[in-house]
Design a protein around this ligand. Structure first.
Ligand code: NAD
Length: 257
């Protein structure tokens, strides 16, 4: 039980990484606050957790909205009396996000608000709660594209994730002596809804797989296990890290046959 007696809030909990993380965190003993916009799928994952005899509550929030972020943190403290783990994970990749020439300003603003401002707001209201608890762990989901450019353009997404990574580093330093660790989880390409809706043909998938040393996409459950490590005391000396979980892509020049 690696999160016994801990309270963990996870955004984007209705799908993909967030969904796998709330299931795993709860199984590891955490009381979980599952946050999303998708109430049906969010409530369903909470039911699944409770069905397994574990503890969770669903909170509706649009993480790009200040009032919603304040309310989700308030809900965690009201329900469970404290907050120990804050996993700012919700994010979008818009189909109209392209290169600098083609991307509309409103797509840029939407992506920045959901992917980057949300992490600021989560920390703005969440870090005081961690301070009240005597410390804790913040995990912010960035991406492999925070450290490497993508030839399949998604400029706003890439820039937003770069912002998440650099913000995480500064937060890690500012709060280090308050017993608060902050790390950026940087997944490579995953077999989740977010990416697979773009790689919707075998040909597109094959073209992407060429660049992945292990020869397959990552699974949301593999990201959840990395997040569990960052959330738990197992990672007590891991702070400010660019926590790449990418199947080796960021180390590859040419992949092996
Ligand atoms: P997903 O689409 O499966 O899940 C994202 C969840 O976030 C959904 O449940 C959605 O309803 C929720 N969400 C979206 N906007 C929201 C908002 N404004 N407020 C609250 N909830 C909102 O995606 P995923 O693959 O699990 O991605 C999770 C995170 O991982 C994202 O930040 C994404 O950018 C990042 N990431 C994904 C990949 C990948 O290949 N899938 C790679 C690197 C990083």
């Amino acid at each position: 039980m690696r999160l016994k007696d801990k309270v963990a809030l996870v955004t984007g909990a209705a799908s993909g990484i967030g969904r796998e993380s709330v299931l795993l965190f709860a199984a590891e003993g955490a009381s979980v606050v599952a946050v999303d916009l998708n109430d049906e799928a969010g409530n369903a994952v909470v039911e699944e957790i409770r069905g397994a005899g574990n503890t969770a509550v669903y909170v509706h929030a649009d993480v790009s909205k200040s009032a919603d972020c304040k309310a989700m943190i308030d809900a965690a403290e009201k329900e469970y009396g404290r907050l120990d783990v804050l996993f700012n994970n919700a994010g979008i990749m818009h189909s109209a996000d392209d290169d600098a020439i083609s991307t509309d300003e409103e797509i840029w603003d939407l992506t920045m608000n959901v992917n980057l401002k949300s992490v600021f707001l989560g920390c703005k209201y969440g870090i005081p709660a961690l301070q009240r608890a005597g410390g804790g762990s913040v995990i912010n989901t960035a991406s492999l594209v925070a450290v490497m450019g993508s030839g399949a353009p998604q400029l706003a997404y890439t820039a937003s994730k770069g912002g998440v990574l650099s913000m995480s580093k500064e937060l890690a330093i500012v709060h280090a002596r308050q017993n608060i660790r902050v790390n950026a989880l940087c997944p490579g390409p995953l077999r989740t809804e977010l990416l697979m809706k773009f790689l919707d043909t075998e040909e597109k998938k094959k073209r992407r797989l060429v660049h992945i040393p292990v020869g397959r996409f990552g699974e949301a459950a593999e990201m959840a296990r990395a997040a569990l490590f960052l959330a738990s005391d197992d990672s007590s000396y891991v702070n400010g890290s660019t926590f790449l979980v990418d199947g080796g892509i960021s180390s590859a020049y040419v992949t092996a046959e």
